[in-house]
Design a protein around this ligand. Structure first.
Ligand SMILES: [Zn+2]
Length: 335
């Protein structure tokens, strides 16, 4: 049993409270490899932003759970080397799908877990979430639950259709389970293909798809039920078209990939939404940079020569998200 506090990590409680009061959101960036982690830590440390490192079940399988945990521990030390004497770094399990997986992560040193029972019948979601909360809170680990279903595909999570969170269920769910934050469904979606072309309109000038707006009325109704309660948005990549264009211009094929407009996320950040999950955008940045190097320099075979530019582009992306979308720059309690 490793306690996250011994690793220099923090849970989400204090940072969410501060984020809601301050009208900004904490970035939750998924990571699977060293370059992503370096880029996340460099961006968040230089901008003095709290940050949530997210590990999905797929990432655990890809990278090895123990290795990921030591990487997160190393991230704390790296942030200090970068001049952040008091970094606020959360190691969070994204989309935990069982009690055992959540317990395993908590025992390994995670400071926060998500238990996603959103595909279960309501009462089973409540019971499973409650069980995880009871275990997690013994170690002061925070827990994110989910109500409502997001469409799209993310690692092993996938759903054909979305179902908005029902505002009339949120008080019952949060009080029965004791969760620390709630992921909701208001029209965000997992992956780089968040919407089908028939759900969108098309910009006549660029020919690009324009996605339907988020259901801010549902968010408002939820906030009315749960004033000041931390809300989480999943599937909130914006699928920057400049990355899609680089990918497509260099041998890739991502037709009609479309995400959530950043203005809408900026708006959400100012509300009780205090954690915004971004994964696909960094995948796109990584892929765009690698494809460009391969197209420009077909003789290149040193991974540092293509993973390095990918890391640089991801760092730029993370800095943009922190500063221009989430507003979490300069928000560390102590620098
Ligand atoms: Zn998600």
């Amino acid at each position: 049993m490793v306690n996250y506090k011994d690793l220099g990590l923090v849970n989400t409680r204090a940072m969410f409270k501060k984020a809601i009061e301050g009208g900004y959101a904490i970035p939750a960036f998924n990571f699977n490899n060293m370059e992503q982690l370096q880029a996340i830590i460099k961006a968040s440390s230089e901008l003095k932003s709290p940050v949530i490192l997210q590990v999905s079940k797929g990432a655990r399988n890809y990278a090895n759970p123990t290795l990921l945990r030591y990487m997160a521990q190393g991230a704390v030390e790296y942030a200090k080397e970068l001049g952040c004497a008091h970094p606020e770094i959360v190691l969070h399990l994204d989309h935990g799908d069982s009690y055992e997986l959540c317990k395993n992560c908590i025992d390994l040193g995670f400071s926060s877990v998500m238990i996603d029972g959103s595909s279960l019948p309501y009462d089973e979601n409540v019971a499973l979430t409650r069980k995880v909360v009871e275990y997690a809170h013994q170690y002061d680990v925070t827990v994110e639950g989910e109500l409502g279903v997001l469409a799209g595909v993310e690692d092993e999570v996938q759903a054909e259709e979305s179902h908005y969170t029902k505002p009339e269920e949120v008080i019952d769910f949060t009080s029965k389970t004791g969760v620390d934050s709630l992921a909701i469904s208001i029209g965000t979606s997992h992956g780089a293909y968040k919407f089908k072309p028939e759900q969108c309109t098309r910009d006549p000038k660029t020919g690009k798809l324009v996605p339907p707006p988020l259901a801010f009325d549902v968010l408002d109704a939820i906030m009315k039920q749960l004033p000041g309660f931390p809300i989480v948005l999943h599937g909130s990549s914006s699928v920057p078209q400049e990355y899609v264009d680089i990918i497509n211009a260099n041998g890739g094929k991502l037709p009609d990939a479309v995400g959530i407009p950043e203005e809408q996320l900026r708006l959400a950040s100012k509300s009780a939404v205090c954690k915004i999950n971004i994964d696909s955008d960094s995948r796109l940045a990584f892929t765009a940079a690698v494809r460009k190097v391969f197209a420009d320099k077909p003789g290149e075979f040193d991974p540092r020569k293509y993973c390095g530019p990918a890391r640089d582009l991801m760092e730029e992306l993370y800095k943009h998200k922190i500063t221009d979308v989430l507003g979490s720059d300069g928000k560390l309690a102590q620098c």
